[in-house]
Design a binder for this molecule. Structure first.
Ligand SMILES: [Mn+2]
Length: 376
C-alpha cells in the first residue's frame, strides 16, 4: 500500500502583516493572522480526507524565534485536535534552533503527543519501512547546504527515504547556503520536502516546495496550497497532488491603458468575478492616460476598493498624455491656467530629470483632480 503524507511549510504563525495598511474601520491584519492559524485545521482536514497520518512542516512554522505564548499554545492546541494526525515540525530560518531555543524547549515540554519537534538530524521511522530524514536549521545564515549530510545517513532496510529541509535551491535570497538541486538523486531520496519559498514550486520529480498555505505577497498569483504525497514503493516516482487551502488570494494585475481606453471598463474587466472580501489586489496601471482618464480611474478605484480585503492602485508606471481640453478644464485663463501650463511644460520637458518631470506630472494630475472635486 502507498505511504501517504501531507507536505506543507512556512505557516509563519503569528505574522503581523505590518506592510498591509489597516483600514480605519477594518481588521485586515487580524483576519490575515487568523487565516494563518486556521491553516492548521485545514491541513489536518486534508490529511484526514486523503487518508494521510502524517503532516510534515518544512520550517518557518512560527514567524519569529520568540512567538508569544498564546500563538504557540493555541497552535499546539489546534494540532492536538486531530489525535490521529502526527505533526512533524522542522526548525526553519525564522524559527531556527539557536535563536528559538526557548521556543523548542517549550514545545518539547508542552507539545501534545501527536506533535513532534525535529530538533536533531536523526532519522525517524514514520511507519514500517518509511524513514524521515530531517535537516533542522541550526542557526540563521548557516552558510552551508542543510541537506549535505543526507547521503551518508544510512537506512539499511531499503525502505522509503523522505528528506525534510528548509533552504533555497536556486539562489532565492543570496544566502549562499542553497540545497543542491540533485540532492534527491545523490542522497537516494524518494521525496525531498522543502520549505523556504512561499510559492508552490517543483524542482525535480521528487523535490518540491509546497509553498505557504496562506500567501503573504503579491507575486505568486494563486491561493496557497499543500501537497498530498503518495509513495508506492522505494525508487518509484512520487504521486504529488496540490490541494488549494488558502483563504486569501493575493493578486497583482496589470492594467494596460492607451489614451483612448475607457479606463473604468478596463478596470472592471480585470477585477475578479466574486469573493472580493477575501482578495488582496494590486492593480498596476501602465501605458498612457489623460488627466481626465486618470481622475476617472482614481474614482473607480475608490469606489471598488472597499469591496476587497485590500486594494491598491499603482500609477507609478502610468504616463500622462496631455491634451488642451484637459488643461482647459482646469481653467480657461488666469493663475490656475498659468500654473497648469507651467506644470505641463515641465512634465514634458526634455531638459529636466525624469524625477522632476514626474513631480510636475503628479502635481498637474492632483491639480486636475482638485478642480474636478471642487466642481462636484
Ligand atoms: Mn519562510
Amino acid at each position: 500500500m502507498a505511504f501517504r503524507f501531507v507536505h506543507s511549510s512556512d505557516l509563519h504563525l503569528g505574522r503581523r502583516f505590518a506592510s498591509i495598511p489597516e483600514a480605519p474601520d477594518g481588521n485586515i491584519r487580524g483576519r490575515l493572522m487568523e487565516a494563518r492559524h486556521a491553516s492548521i485545521q485545514r491541513l489536518a482536514q486534508v490529511a484526514v480526507e486523503s487518508g494521510a497520518e502524517h503532516i510534515l512542516l518544512a520550517g518557518d512554522t512560527f514567524d519569529t524565534s520568540t512567538p508569544s505564548a498564546s500563538v504557540v499554545q493555541q497552535s499546539l492546541a489546534a494540532m492536538a485536535e486531530n489525535a490521529n494526525v502526527q505533526w512533524w515540525i522542522l526548525p526553519g530560518n525564522h524559527d531556527n534552533l539557536k535563536d528559538a531555543e526557548p521556543l523548542w524547549d517549550k514545545i518539547g515540554r508542552e507539545a501534545p503527543s501527536n506533535v513532534h519537534a525535529l530538533i536533531t538530524p536523526s532519522p525517524i521511522e514514520l511507519s514500517s519501512g518509511v524513514r524521515l530524514l530531517p535537516c533542522p536549521v541550526a542557526f540563521r545564515m548557516s552558510g552551508s547546504d542543510p541537506t549535505e549530510g543526507l547521503a551518508s545517513v544510512a537506512t539499511d532496510d531499503g525502505g522509503l527515504r523522505i528528506g525534510l529541509a528548509h533552504a533555497g535551491v536556486v539562489d532565492f535570497n543570496n544566502r549562499g547556503a542553497n540545497i543542491s538541486p540533485d540532492r534527491d538523486r545523490t542522497a537516494g531520496l524518494d521525496y525531498l520536502a522543502l520549505g523556504d519559498w512561499h510559492g508552490r514550486l517543483q524542482i525535480t520529480e521528487r523535490t518540491h516546495y509546497s509553498g505557504s498555505p496562506e500567501q503573504d505577497r503579491f507575486k505568486h498569483g494563486r491561493r496557497g496550497c499543500c501537497l498530498v504525497i503518495s509513495l508506492d514503493s522505494p525508487g518509484a516516482p512520487p504521486f504529488v497532488e496540490d490541494v488549494e487551502i488558502g483563504e486569501f488570494l493575493w493578486t497583482e494585475d496589470e492594467l494596460p491603458l492607451l489614451p483612448d481606453t475607457d479606463v473604468v471598463a478596463a478596470l472592471e474587466d480585470i477585477l475578479p468575478q466574486a469573493g472580493h472580501r477575501d482578495i488582496l489586489m494590486r492593480v498596476k496601471a501602465t501605458g498612457w492616460a489623460s488627466l481626465r482618464a486618470q481622475s476617472e480611474l482614481d474614482a473607480a478605484a475608490a469606489q471598488c476598493g472597499p469591496n476587497f480585503a485590500h486594494f491598491e492602485l499603482s500609477k507609478e508606471h502610468l504616463k500622462t498624455s496631455y491634451n488642451e481640453a484637459d488643461i482647459d478644464e482646469i481653467d480657461k485663463g488666469g493663475a490656475l491656467r498659468l500654473a497648469a501650463g507651467r506644470l505641463k511644460e515641465d512634465a514634458e520637458s526634455e531638459s529636466l530629470s525624469s524625477e522632476d518631470r514626474s513631480i510636475s506630472a503628479g502635481a498637474l494630475a492632483r491639480l486636475y483632480s482638485y478642480v474636478k472635486e471642487a466642481e462636484e
